[in-house]
Write a protein that binds this ligand. Sequence first.
Ligand code: CP
Ligand code: NVA
Length: 308
Amino acid sequence: MKHFLQFSDFTRQEFEYLFERTHYIKALFKSYTIHHPLKDRMLAMVFEKQSTRTRVSFEAGIHQLGGSSINLTTGETQLGRGEPIEDVARVISRMVDLVMIRTYDQSIIEKFAAHSRVPVINGLTNQFHPCQILADIFTYIEHRGSITGKTVAWIGDGNNMCSTWLQAAAIFDFELHVASPEGYAINQSLIAPYESPHLTTYSDPREAVRGADLVTTDVWTSMGFESETDERKRDFAAFQVDRDMMARAHPQALFMHCLPAHRGEEVSEEVLEGAQSVVWDEAENRLHAQKALMEYLILGHVTPQSAS
Ligand code: CP
Ligand code: NVA
């Protein structure tokens, strides 16, 4: 049994298989072709933080694969009254086929997985957001081909997205240039296994984007850090991805953002809505990539013939 708790849980071969399946599953969706490999299978979604894209893409995705889902939030379950995560894992995983969790510390999802009878997917923790990077790399490949050997510039907070990009850089062998304000670098313990030769850090974001093939950013204040919002607005003021910054990247560079975006903060309206931005494709691809992921975690490798 496999889990997808962080990006480094899968090999490059597994990602290549997933991207092939994503392409196939997306084509079926676009041609209104029924694809029900997960008929009667049940996904439990546990949300300890808010969500739009993750909720909709997993719920629509499992339904389109022939299965169904249950949405659980902290406030509406015994989790909110302190039931231990190990007990919740043992109970839920006896009743469903797959679990997706969005929570705070990575240790929570690891504890859940250690006590689960079924595969567990990380739908975002404070440390990682592997489903988003799965969709982002698929989106890059769709638009520009292989990401191997390319340069990705991460501008802003050294957060869950940034540390997941770093794991992806090691797996797909691309360069990650990170520019964060002082005090907002990726946690050293998350960097240590990946640093060389894939990561270069910069204090000046304009240096980090020079010649980049992909420029990407995220909110200045992630979920769980709301009390720091005002301070962060001051600290990140020089880190907005705007037209001037994009002009320093490769002329064919793409712009990505996992969304939700704050126009006028981490990204200008002009860049978010501009010709280089692929943020809407990126959001849509969450659906297709996670359908391939759910199919893989439950059924393993399948051929197009046996899955339809
Ligand atoms: N990008 C992303 O995970 O969005 P949600 O917070 O809306 O799920
Ligand atoms: N870094 C952001 C991503 C939201 C999808 C957060 O954790 O809130």
